[in-house]
Ligand binder design. Structure first.
Ligand SMILES: C[S@@+](CC[C@H](N)C(=O)[O-])C[C@H]1O[C@@H](n2cnc3c(N)ncnc32)[C@H](O)[C@@H]1O
Length: 208
């Protein structure tokens, strides 16, 4: 099969990688959600040799990701697995991190909660959720380009769209995540990190 390719993944992979080295230091396993073509998976796994990288996506994407993985000489990348954010599988082995690039705005808004709930159930205590992409702040776009992208996404599905970072923080908090940091990257994109708290005690509907 001819490998799928998108230019954006080639352009942003180095910017993202520069930060992943530090973010994933001391970690062993990363689950990538919405791996897309598989370009990121192969690149990050080849650069971060201390990690085992698990790519995943909807079933129709798996042959393309597999084509990248099979051609790669990287040994620390697992065969891509099917993972639909709307129905996460039960993982017996937990991961150190969940990484998703340009995914949170490409899913229906009702699945944003599922994303954090699934991540919580998939991660070890103190595990990280790391999101890359465009975000709104206080409902304001970071650029005209983001506004245009948002319109394009909504024309595809009115429930897609660039997420407001403050709303994501609230949803993450409901699922026992502590906001760690947001790093500005080129083209008005960000890398945003949350840590799963070790305590799982729920008080008034919120994890404390
Ligand atoms: C814009 S692409 C990003 C691909 C890749 N991560 C990248 O940065 O190039 C969005 C990805 O989200 C995946 N996706 C959409 N809905 C999903 C769902 N419900 N569960 C898992 N992945 C989903 C799509 O199949 C697609 O691969």
């Amino acid at each position: 099969m001819e490998k799928p390719f998108i230019g954006a993944a080639e352009r942003n992979k180095e910017y993202i990688f520069e930060h992943l080295t530090e973010i994933f230091s001391g970690f062993t396993t990363v689950l990538e959600v919405g791996s897309g073509t598989g370009q990121h998976a192969v690149y990050f796994a080849s650069k971060l040799k201390h990690l085992f990288w698990q790519p995943s996506d909807l079933s129709e994407r798996l042959p393309g990701i597999n084509a990248w993985c099979e051609e790669s000489l990287t040994e620390n990348i697992f065969k891509p697995m099917e993972l639909d954010i709307s129905a996460w599988p039960n993982f017996t082995e937990k991961y150190d991190a969940v990484f998703a690039s340009n995914v949170i705005h490409y899913i229906e808004s009702r699945y944003v909660d599922k994303f954090f709930e699934g991540s919580k159930n998939t991660l070890k205590s103190n595990g990280l959720v790391v999101l890359y992409g465009p975000f709104k702040h206080n409902n304001e776009y970071s650029s005209v380009g983001d506004e245009q992208l948002d319109l394009l996404l909504k024309s595809e599905n009115k429930s897609f769209g660039i997420r407001n970072l403050e709303e994501l923080k609230n949803v993450a908090c409901l699922h026992n995540f502590e906001f760690l940091k947001s790093i500005n990257l080129p083209a008005n994109n960000k890398l945003v990190c949350w840590k799963k708290k070790s305590s799982n005690k729920m008080l008034n509907g919120v994890y404390r």
